[in-house]
Write a protein of this length. Sequence first.
Length: 386
Amino acid sequence: MSCSDPFPIKRRPCKKIHVGNVAIGGDAPIVVQSMLTNETANVKETVEQIHRLADVGCEIIRVAVPHKADAEALKEIVPKSPIPIIADIHFDYRMALMAADNGVHGLRVNPGTISQKEFIKKIVDKAKERELPIRIGVNSGSVEKEIKEKHPGDMITQLVESAMLNIRLLEDEDFEDIKVSVKASDPMAMVAAYRRVAELIPYPLHLGVTEAGTLKRGLVKTSVAMGILLSEGIGDTIRVSLTADSIEEVFAGYEILRSLNLRKSGSNLVSCPSCGRCEVDLHGMANHVEGLMAKMDKDNPEKSLDVAVMGCFVNGPGECGEADIGIAGGKDQYYIFKGEDVLAKLPEKEAMERFEQEMKQAYTLKQAESTDKNPTIKPDPEPVSV
């Protein structure tokens, strides 16, 4: 349930940059990103995916640009995107130059995949010309050969040294519109690398566990690693990398931030894990309520609720006293409650209909409260899992 934060997190101070109209670092909220999975050259599908992700709260999208056709397509894609686009560049620096000329809002460069440093200079010159930020995106699978040979078996030092080498290359060109990532598939190696880099540079950090895995495994790895770093104030933008629908990445990103009270808008669902006392389809009920919340949040992004779904009355109002609205299932009747007050005891079908009505009313009351307190500030976008 929502409550005052007993452990406020002090963010690491750093330079603020902008990717399009989205601020990263400084006093800006931590930004949630994702990446498209299709071929960028397929303009129709790319634009559809971008809108689909933007609708659930994605704030910046990254697209792969391995080929000339992808870079050329950006000229048509960028004007149709509601959120800033970052071009992901590997191997061929010319794709970065084309992407920049075709309107992207930022560049991600993996230095270990670009063979000559003069090519990095060409990218920097173009970024300065177009006033674009660059993310130095180092990961454990593509550190420069020389650095690997210098520090065999020491992944953490490899990541940090590669990042620092390439930061200096940009700084030597009088370029400081920089964002940095040092990703690894090992969560604790990733944590150690980011901790070390955070002490060495003034730039914002993009957090991620690279190649984290499938939905379940990837969520666990990423939540552990990001939870540690974010709780220490490290991290200014995040991407949850999953072998799953990109919408799940956005949803997970917001849930991680909200769990740490770093992004507070959007409705919150509390549901018990079930036990032998449960006599109803709790999983089905929770999923149904989550669907109602998703629709109401999307239709009314300026409102949010704390909603409780419990499998029996034992864990009903008593454990969910701060809920705006809650429901607890029983074999013969369901309890609808607000805080610790029971509003109704009804059979299942009638209970769900009444519960939906009570949720809508609770949203209306929340909106009235938020309008009275501050009519000009809108909360952060809230993604939903579909």
